[in-house]
Ligand binder design. Structure first.
Ligand code: SAM
Length: 290
């Protein structure tokens, strides 16, 4: 039966695309994506045809289905879509983003129920991780549609894996509020969390955010700055917040590109110290007793 695939794509390095992702994107009738131009480039790089998927489906059927169901409210995609449509049947790429998800969700579910498998991709990494898709996956469950992950990269987990901070427990926070007041409020609520915290941040806000983090968490809190992961100018820098602010401020290049900020939990190191003190005390007591 038809199914909804949630497909991860690279976060920069094309070699992170999995063979399974390529196969799935080739096979599905529809690929729902955030931005049809961005995804169009990715798909053409991997030789994935975005025109009709006539191999497995009855082409005339799907053409009429898509004519009836397709709604593309993304203005910027209109010219691209109409070009390809007029040239060669239907376009396999459907825009699915923040602004049209309410309209597109039921249409995509209906297509799956009619027997057409759909893949959801985002501009980069794993869909639903600070990216659209939640509404669609929720609706799929509600409709009894099978949802299957085609697993791959996510910047959050890639950053955690190289951060050198405790990774047994962590929370993904994603993007903070764009304004200082809101940001500081969010950070204050996270101040005493003991697990490692993972943040996404935009380059033009990185210094302001790090300053707020230092103000709320303390300048000595441990942090690992992960920038441009998997790409040419990949940077992984582990320090304190105070040192990181200096490092990023001193070099404009560090304020460019895509970045993940991984912050040590509250008292992460002190907890470890406490444990070793307890161990030591216990050993002395045991020695005294014997
Ligand atoms: N869905 C994506 C994922 O699974 O990682 C995240 C999408 S979110 C809109 C984009 C943010 O992810 C960027 O602003 C940055 O914080 C982070 N990001 C994406 N690619 C990255 C990379 N190559 N290096 C560091 N951070 C990255």
């Amino acid at each position: 039966p038809a199914c909804l695939y949630i497909v991860a794509t690279p976060i920069g390095n094309m070699q992170d695309m999995t063979p399974r992702a390529i196969d799935t994107l080739k096979q599905v009738a529809i690929i729902a994506c955030e931005d049809t131009r961005t995804s169009g480039k990715l798909l053409s790089y991997f030789g994935i045809n975005t025109k009709s998927n006539s191999k497995n489906d009855d082409e005339s059927d799907i053409k009429s289905d898509i004519k009836t169901h397709k709604v593309d409210t993304d203005k910027s995609d209109e010219s691209a879509d109409s070009n390809t449509e007029s040239k060669k049947g239907h376009n396999k790429l459907w825009a699915y983003h923040e602004h049209n998800s309410a309209i597109q969700t039921p249409k995509i579910i209906e297509m799956i129920q009619q027997g057409y498998s759909v893949a959801l991709i985002s501009d980069a990494g794993t869909p639903l991780v600070s990216d659209p898709g939640y509404q669609l996956v929720q609706a799929a469950h509600a409709a009894g549609v099978t949802v299957s992950p085609i697993a791959g990269v996510s910047a959050a987990v890639a950053a955690l894996s190289v951060a050198g901070l405790p990774s047994d427990r962590f929370s993904f926070i994603g993007f903070l509020n764009a304004k200082t007041h809101g940001r500081q409020k969010q950070l204050t609520a996270l101040k005493t969390r003991t697990e490692t915290l993972i943040f996404y941040e935009a380059p033009h806000r990185i210094i302001a955010s790090l300053e707020d983090m230092a103000a709320v968490f303390g300048a000595n809190r441990g942090v690992t700055f992960c920038r441009e992961l998997t790409k040419t100018f990949e940077t992984v820098h582990k320090s304190t917040l105070a040192e990181l602010i200096e490092f990023v401020s001193a070099d404009d290049n560090q304020q460019r590109g895509e970045m993940v900020v991984v912050i040590a939990g509250d008292n992460a190191l002190q907890d470890e110290d406490d444990l070793s003190i307890h161990d030591e005390l216990l050993q002395r007591l045991l020695l005294d007793l014997s």
